[in-house]
Design a protein around this ligand. Sequence first.
Ligand SMILES: Cc1cc2nc3c(=O)[nH]c(=O)nc-3n(C[C@H](O)[C@H](O)[C@H](O)COP(=O)(O)OP(=O)(O)OC[C@H]3O[C@@H](n4cnc5c(N)ncnc54)[C@H](O)[C@@H]3O)c2cc1C
Length: 531
Amino acid sequence: MAQAYDAIIIGGGHNGLVTACYLARAKWRVLVLERRYLVGGACVTEENNFPGLTGFKVSTAAYVNSLFRPEIIRDLKLRQYGFELCERNPSSFTPFLDGRYLMMGPDPGMNQREIAKFSGKDAEAYPKYEKMLERVAAVVEPTLLMTPPNVLKPGLGGLWSLAQLGRSFQKMGSHLAEAVEVLTGAARPILDRWFESEQLKATLATDAIIGAFASPATPGTAYVLFHHVMGETNGKRGVWAYVRGGMGGLTQALARAAADLGVDIRCNAEVARILVRDQTAVGVALTNGDEFHARKIASNLDPHQTFQRLLDPRLLPADFVEAIRRIDYSSASLKINVALSEPPNFTCCPGEQAGPQHRGTIHICPDQDYIERAFDDAKYGRPSTDPILECTLPSAVDPTVAPPGKHLMSMFVQYFPYHLKDGNPDEAKEKFADRCFDLLNEYAPNFKRSVLARQVLSPRDLEATFNLTGGNIFQGSMLLHQLFLFRPVVGWSRYRTPIRNLYLCGSAAHPGGGVMGTCGYNAAREMQKRW
Ligand SMILES: Cc1cc2nc3c(=O)[nH]c(=O)nc-3n(C[C@H](O)[C@H](O)[C@H](O)COP(=O)(O)OP(=O)(O)OC[C@H]3O[C@@H](n4cnc5c(N)ncnc54)[C@H](O)[C@@H]3O)c2cc1C
C-alpha cells in the first residue's frame, strides 16, 4: 500500500544516509530504500566474507578514511553513535627487493630521514611539494561543500560564485599555473619535475591512479592524486585512518543517527522504477511491487542506474540522455580481502609481529615505468602481468577486526580491466589473485603460507554487489571532464535532474567519489530549496 513521505532516498550508501539525516533534522519524513541486506553501499563492514571463518570484520570495498567531512561528524554527533577513527602512523611503507624500504607518515622529520635514504635533494624538496599541494587544497576544499553553478545558465548567483572562485585562484599569484596543472594535468610530469628518486615518485604516483583507468602519464591523474591528499583525521590534515570495527563503523553510526531522527530505513528493498507523473517524480516502485510516494526523491545511484534503468529514457531530453550515455565508467580496480594467520614478514624490514611497517598502506610498486607497463596490459584488455598492490592491514592498528592473533588484509589492485579481451572473467580473476599473492610473497616470503582465506572482487563483482556500473568505484571516473561543473553532466551539476523533484545525492554528483559525505550533504541543502 502506498505511503506518503516528504522524501524517499533510493539507496542507503553513506551519501544517501547523510542526505536522509539532514532532511530529517529539518523535520522531513524520510524513507531510505536499500537493495542489499545492510546499508552503507561501498562503505560497509561484513562478517560473512570468508565462509567457515568467524571473527573477521571485513571492509568489503572502501578500506580507509580521511575525506569524510568533519562538519558532518559534528552535526550528526556521529561519535556518540560509535564512530571512531584509528589514525595510521606511519601511513605508508614501500618495500623494495634490493633490501631497502621507504616509510612515510605525518612526522615531517621521519619523512625527511626516510626520503634522504634515496635522495637528499628529494628530502629537501618534499616539504615544499606538500606546501604546493596545500596551497591548491586551500582553494579547492571550500568548493567541496558548494553547489557548482550551471555553467550553461549560470544566472547572477552562478556568475558570482564563478567570479569568487576565479578570485581565489587569482590570489595564488605566481602559483596559479602549478594549481591549474594539478587540477588538469598528468601526475607523472609533476612528480618528475619535483623529485629524482623513483622510489619516492612510485610511492606518490600510486595515489594518482586509484580507481582510475589511467596511468600517471594520463592527463587528469594529478587531480586524482590531489583528491587523495585532501581530508583530515581528528583535525590533522592529510592523515588517513581506519574506522574502528571497519568502514561500516561510519555507516552504522549514520544509520543509528538517522533512526534517532526518525528516518525509516528498509533493507532488501530494491527500487525497480521511479514513478513519474507530468514530468514530476512522485514515488518509487520496488521489485516486489510495493509502491511508496513522496514529495521529493533522491537517488544515491549512478546516472546509468538512475536514468537508464529506473526511468524511461523517453521522459528525458535527448541531449541529456546522450550526455548520460557518454559518462565514462571504465575501471580496472580489483579488491582482494584476505584472512591471515600472521602479518607479512618483509625481508627488507623483518618482524614477526605487527610493527610500524604494517600500520599504513603497503605499496608494491617499484617505479613509475612499472605502472606504465601495468597499464599497457590493461589498455589492451589484459590483466597486468605485474600489478600494483596497495595492501593495508587494519588489524595492525585496530585489533577488533580480526580474531586474537590473526590478521586481516585489504589488497586494492590495479589493473584488472572490466572488459577482458580473452578468457573467462571468473577464472581470470582467480589467476590474477594468484599472481598478486606470488608478487607479495617476493617481498614477504611468509605471506602465501599465512593465507587462511580470500575473497576476490573483480570490477564485475563490484558491479553485481554494489550496483556500480562498470565496477567504477567512484560512480563515474574522476577525470576533469567529469568533475565540478561537469559532474554528472554539463548543465546538471546542481543535484537536480530534468525530472522535477528528482535529485542525485550520491558520488555521481559533485564532488564525486570517496567516503566524503559531501554529495549527500549538498544534495540535502538543494532539496530544501524551492524547485
Ligand atoms: C573496492 C573499493 C574501494 C574503495 N576504497 C575507498 C577508500 O579506501 N576510501 C574512500 O574514501 N573511498 C573508497 N572507495 C570509494 C567509496 O567507497 C565510494 O565513493 C563511496 O562509498 C560511494 O558512496 P555513495 O553513498 O555515493 O554510493 P554507494 O556506496 O555506491 O551507495 C549506493 C547504494 O545504493 C544501493 N542501491 C543500488 N541500486 C539500488 C536500487 N535499485 N534500489 C535500492 N538501492 C540500490 C546500493 O546497494 C548502495 O548501498 C572505494 C570504493 C570501492 C568500490
